[in-house]
Ligand binder design. Structure first.
Ligand SMILES: *Cc1c(COP(=O)(O)O)cnc(C)c1O
Length: 374
């Protein structure tokens, strides 16, 4: 079939999950972050596999992701990391989702809805300890706790914050965030809030900051086999989960001095064999990889020559004479002893492995390998 294929190796996912478990132990709960289609890996299948492995919580961005997980039959608690708007409270109660909370008006709306239904709605309160993005500013936490205490129907199950730079070599800002977080936890206790989970650790925190574990950790990128950065103190053996493949669509010999692709940005310097591949920026293969990327064919590297177009690229296989039409080509992942990592591609396109996974996999059809689910 002409086109590209995403393969998701669920055995690698299980391996990475077991690495998290090994680090944090049995008594710390694990919230598997499966937002954004599980970083492009396929939200429902990844969540199901994590559920078979005993994950204690799942994290998604919004109701739009949480509801489909419930409809797919997942029973693990689900945290909505971006919180909710007022019109989503019915979804929260109907599908047993747990919103993150950081706004007083939403707290009041949740309280009213809970009272009207004579029930309690669990929430996790998010505190901004320095990231400057989402959450109650830590200096306003005490005031926010007073508000929550005054509202009936809200059950604070968790208190969370998020690291801004735990993936950097210098941990001084993370240490400061941790200090602020601990102070806020004490304020919450003093206000009489009885929460089960305090949590702040993302993958970088899990790998480098054991002091940050508290009762729950929130791995994302490491579940998918990507290191959170190249600056970690204690790298963990992770296995990449995603592979992007295609096949040679056409093979041709061209003279020296032949232009290739839009804009004729590449001119062959010798008699060359060029393989044309049915993959392009529509598959998430960034146009910045024009004349820069490499792919694997016959277990060897071949350079991308000419511009990446929407659905096609050209690669130089002059040095790999045994290449044939329909040969398998790996754009991300392993072939033989060679491997192209998301980090390698990210370095060439001025981004991070997170974005490579989202671009390649996000909401595309995937082939799932090695599922342990029945
Ligand atoms: C995405 C996200 C994570 C996961 O971060 P990684 O660096 O991928 O481990 C954890 N917590 C929150 C709140 C997030 O939004």
């Amino acid at each position: 079939m002409v086109g590209s294929t995403i393969e998701i190796d669920l055995a690698a996912l299980r391996h990475n999950f077991s690495q998290v478990r090994k680090l944090v132990g049995q008594t710390t709960a694990i919230l598997g972050v499966v937002k954004s289609d599980a970083y492009g890996h396929g939200m429902v299948s990844v969540a199901r596999e994590l559920e078979t492995q005993g994950v204690e919580y799942l994290g998604v961005s919004t109701c739009r992701e949480g509801v489909p997980l419930r409809q797919a039959g997942l029973t693990t608690p689900i945290l909505l990391l971006l919180g909710i708007e007022e019109d989503e409270i019915t979804d929260v109660t109907k599908h047993d989702l747990t919103p993150v909370l950081f706004r007083g008006d939403i707290a009041e709306a949740i309280s009213s809805a809970a009272l009207a239904a004579s029930t309690q709605i669990p929430v996790h309160v998010k505190i901004d300890t320095g990231m400057g993005r989402l959450g109650v500013p830590y200096v306003e936490a005490e005031k926010f706790f007073e508000l929550i205490k005054s509202l009936k129907g809200i059950r604070v199950e968790g208190l969370l914050s998020h690291f801004a730079s735990a993936d950097e070599h210098d941990k001084s800002f993370s240490t400061q965030q941790l200090k602020r977080f601990r102070r806020v936890l004490n304020q919450a206790k003093s206000a009489g809030l009885n929460f089960r989970y305090a949590h702040i650790a993302n993958s970088a925190g899990i790998i480098d900051l054991p002091d940050s574990y508290h009762q729950l950790v929130r791995p994302g990128i490491m579940l998918y086999g990507g290191p959170p950065s190249q600056e970690l103190h204690h790298p963990v053996p992770l296995k990449p989960v995603m592979t992007l493949k295609t096949r040679v669509l056409q093979l041709k010999e061209v003279d020296a001095g032949s232009p290739l692709g839009y804009g004729c940005t590449y001119l062959t310097s010798r008699l060359s064999r060029i393989a044309t591949l049915p993959v392009g920026y529509d598959d998430g293969y960034d146009r910045l990889l024009s004349n820069k990327g490499e792919v694997l064919i016959r277990n060897r590297r071949a350079p991308v020559v000419g511009r990446v177009s929407m659905c096609l690229i050209t690669v130089d296989v002059t040095e790999i004479p045994e290449v044939l039409p329909e040969d398998e080509v790996v754009l991300l992942g392993r072939q033989g002893d060679e491997e192209i990592t998301a980090d390698e591609i990210a370095a060439k396109t001025d981004t991070i492995n997170y974005e490579i996974f989202c671009n390649f996999g996000g909401n595309r059809k995937k082939h799932f390998l090695n599922s342990s689910a029945p």
